[in-house]
Design a protein around this ligand. Sequence first.
Ligand code: 13P
Length: 246
Amino acid sequence: MRRTLVAGNWKMNASVEDTRALLAGIRDAGEQSCEIAVFPPFPYLTLAVELTAGSAIQVGAQNCADQDSGAFTGEVSAAMLSDIGASMVILGHSERRSLYGETDAVVLEKTKKALTSGLIAVVCVGETLNERQKGEEEVVVGRQLNLLLQELSDADWKNIVIAYEPVWAIGTGETATPEQAQAMHAYIRRLLAGRSAEIAQDTRVLYGGSVKAANAVELFSQPDIDGGLVGGASLDVAEFLGICRA
Ligand code: 13P
């Protein structure tokens, strides 16, 4: 059984005050039937870990380094995240791939560091609008997953979540239709099945891209969608909780 995960990617938003308010709002709503994780910016991670202590809410980072330690100014290692009590990390988000030049090889290295440090890696894949218009979405997503499928062990896959985020649906208000999302999720699961039936059955595949309380029920009721990676709507307690209830 794959437990639904609703993950809030705050991106480069929030403050100490916002972090307190958002987490108090989510906590006060009490236990939800889905698993919940929040991904605040680095400076607020420790505060988020403190504020969620004793609750089922998990805290993760939005990135980590592909190196263990040393002279890498501005970088944060997976071991540091684990050390402060984070349990997850988002890797290979399309914004990191497009704005900061992260390649599939870099994403693989970061994923290995995350897993070695005991973190759950939420690895993002997804095609651009141009790639979809050319009918290349499966080729692109297949390529993004290929190294992970080749290089990671069965044990590693127990700690990986895949997030399918079509780039054209991120922050645009345009959501993939439930049918479009389900088709890609089913394709991703077929790729996982090529590696092993168990990995295909157990790995959670989240959908991301303009998820809101109003469209979450329809998206999450698709057989291969195991929850959502939520950007904008995760900064609003009522919206985020609406998605969790979905
Ligand atoms: P939006 O929900 O704002 O479209 O962002 C999606 C996303 O990129 C989550 O990682």
